[in-house]
Design a protein around this ligand. Structure first.
Ligand SMILES: [Zn+2]
Ligand SMILES: [Zn+2]
Length: 401
């Protein structure tokens, strides 16, 4: 553990650079809010962010990792590992910025601009990574595979929420599609000639109950029926279900997947329908919140007026930031822009993400991230310490509860 004491000179420099950075961050967040673009269509968003950063002297590489709306922007000549501020900017279909990703981009760009203006280039290594499609594909996962995070020693991504927290958690997730193929027949005249693919799928749902009872603590198995047959007088010969399986860590997720596979086999045996399991997209890893980055952000966030809660009422979803956190020291704090009843992915949250209160909180977060980045880049030996803790964190996450 470290005790963050921030050099006064650096604080003063960030403070004097902050008003200009804050103006850019505000305008950007509002521009994105007015022009929401869904996953992988974030062309205007990525272009606008790239323009702001290159005007401030960042070297911007668009279209990295095979994703047209991703980018990596770099500032500084220091040979140390980089501090990265991650930007998401995808909106939700029909709802606009109901996850507040316009504010994620705003805070990260604001932090990067203020820090870049405060540090001489020879002492700076600042990265802004544009990571598209968080809501669908999990854009950070192909970006990790394409080494877009190379050289990054610490990464921050602050997500708007209805609670202000230093540490957040998320579960490992795999998304599976199950197709059962049977044989159609007249449901009344000759049911014995058919093989009922719907019975098979319903059996899988029925087995979720007993399965949930034996799953490791914290695991989840949820599903829907996508195709359930065409008419009541036809024995369904094809049905499709979609399932999300979640667990606290990746080995447990594999165990849940194996158990779920057995439920599918059992349904095959009892109905005669053939089942096919197809993984959809990437496996999301659980988020590992880095303790020292948390300590640093808690201190800097308190300085900028954030009021952190430690209440244990956090719901657990899954996100591609989990995969980043398994690869390098990472912090994913949240900050309240709405009342506790207002949940993400709602119209109310979308409205809140464009309001003055949200912008004010976003700027507190941006300044706190700039302070945190400045502290990390100026303290000798800190990256090695963060790395050491990262190894322990991974080890700990694999232990049984
Ligand atoms: Zn979301
Ligand atoms: Zn989100």
């Amino acid at each position: 553990m470290i005790s963050p004491s921030l050099p006064a000179g650096l604080i003063a420099k960030i403070d004097s650079a902050f008003p200009a950075a804050a103006r850019e961050a505000r305008e950007l967040a509002l521009f994105l809010h007015r022009n929401p673009e869904i996953s992988l269509q974030e062309f205007k968003s990525a272009e606008r962010i790239g323009q702001i950063l290159s005007a401030a002297g960042f070297r911007v590489r668009p279209g990295i990792g095979g994703l047209k709306t991703a980018f990596r922007a770099e500032y500084g000549r220091s040979k140390k590992p980089a501090v990265a501020f991650l930007a998401e900017y995808d909106a939700l279909p029909g709802l606009g910025h109901a996850c507040g990703h316009n504010l994620i981009a705003g805070a990260s760009v604001g932090a990067a601009l203020a820090l870049a203006a405060a540090l001489p280039p020879e002492n700076a290594n600042i990265v802004v990574l544009g990571t598209p499609a968080e809501e669908t594909l999990g854009g950070k996962i192909p970006l990790l595979a394409a080494r877009a995070f190379a050289g990054v020693g610490a990464a921050f991504l602050a997500h708007p929420s209805n609670q202000t927290r230093v540490h957040s958690r998320s579960l490992a997730l795999v998304s599976l599609e199950i197709t059962f193929l049977g044989k159609s027949s007249h449901a009344a005249a000759a049911p014995e000639k058919g093989i009922n693919a719907l019975d098979a799928l319903i059996q899988v749902f029925n087995s979720l109950g007993p399965l949930r009872a034996k799953l490791p603590f914290g695991s989840r198995a949820d599903g829907i029926i996508r195709e359930g047959g065409r008419a009541p007088n036809i024995i369904p010969d094809r049905t499709v279900g979609a399932f999300f399986l979640r667990a606290r860590n990746l080995p447990l997720l594999e165990a849940v997947r194996r158990d779920f596979g057995r439920c599918v086999r059992a349904a095959e045996i009892s109905t005669g329908a053939r089942g096919r399991i197809l993984q959809q997209g990437f496996v999301y890893a659980p988020f590992l919140s880095h303790p020292s980055l948390g300590e640093i952000f808690e201190k800097t966030g308190t300085m900028t007026g954030l009021k952190f809660t430690s209440a244990e009422t956090q719901g657990l979803g899954s996100s591609d930031i989990g995969n980043v956190s398994q690869a390098l020291p990472c912090l994913h704090p949240t900050y309240a822009i709405a009342s506790p009843e207002t949940v993400e992915h709602s119209r109310e949250f979308a409205r809140a993400a464009g309001e003055e209160k949200a912008l004010r909180e976003m700027l507190k977060v941006a300044r706190a991230m700039a302070y945190s980045g400045g502290f990390i880049l100026s303290r000798p030996g800190l990256f090695q310490l963060l790395q050491k803790e990262q190894k322990l964190l991974i080890k700990k996450s694999l232990l049984p509860l």
